[in-house]
Write a protein that binds this ligand. Structure first.
Ligand code: HEC
Length: 186
């Protein structure tokens, strides 16, 4: 299940259900002018299940639409990148990156016409760990965070060069204030 749907159907669903029940209780309280605290909670949930399902779909749908609306591609996705002095492995990565990735991801990971910036908070190690780079190069990437289309697999890049490219991207990210953030939404 795509990540944004997972989130939509866990947090959003529960939050929506919570507020729906609160509102419902409040309305009933006002209308009956008496407490509904004695009403069996499980019974009430059961009675409201269809309505809750509709609500979940509506809230989930709205979430997806918001998520879609924030996707970009092309020049508007580009970022300004501060270029640090690289370690030895970072320098090796810079060469491999320029040869294999820069055409799409732009010089120094700043974003290009065919791919997003890798110096971007969604590619921080908490959201896209090093394994995500290996997978991306092995299998390619289906469009999901942006609107650039799919990334084709890059089998020509050796494991050693992949490691070096990851080091290079991490050094760039660090120099631009992007560090580990625990995975939440993108
Ligand atoms: C033909 C263009 C193209 C080339 C070449 C390319 N990429 Fe990508 N890459 C993309 C696009 C487009 C995406 C974004 C897909 C999305 O999330 O919508 C992407 C996404 C990624 C991601 C994120 C993967 C994920 O799990 O979301 C990583 C990491 C990545 N690229 C690394 C690289 C590296 C390293 C290279 C060079 C070895 C490279 N790419 C070469 C187009 C390219």
């Amino acid at each position: 299940m795509p990540e944004f749907l997972e989130t939509a159907f866990t947090f959003r669903w529960l939050e929506g259900a919570y507020w729906f029940l609160k509102l419902e209780t409040f309305t009933r309280d006002v209308m009956n002018k008496k407490s509904v605290r004695t009403v069996n909670f499980a019974e009430r949930i059961k009675a409201k299940l269809p309505a809750l399902l509709v609500l979940a779909v509506v809230v989930g749908g709205a979430w997806v639409m918001i998520n879609e609306a924030t996707k970009t591609s092309g020049p508007e996705a580009k970022v300004a990148v501060k270029v640090p002095a690289f370690s030895a492995v970072g320098q090796q990565g810079a060469i491999a990156y320029a040869a294999n990735c820069a055409a799409c991801h732009g010089a120094n990971g700043s974003g290009g016409d065919g791919g997003p910036p890798l110096v971007h908070k969604i590619y921080n190690p908490g959201h896209h760990a090093d394994g995500a780079f290996f997978l991306a190069l092995q299998r390619g990437v289906s469009q999901h965070h942006w609107r650039f289309g799919n990334m084709p697999p890059q089998p020509q890049v050796s494991a050693g060069d992949t490691k070096a490219i990851i080091a290079y991207v991490r050094e760039l990210q660090t120099a631009n204030g992007i560090g580990y953030q625990p995975h939440r939404m993108q």
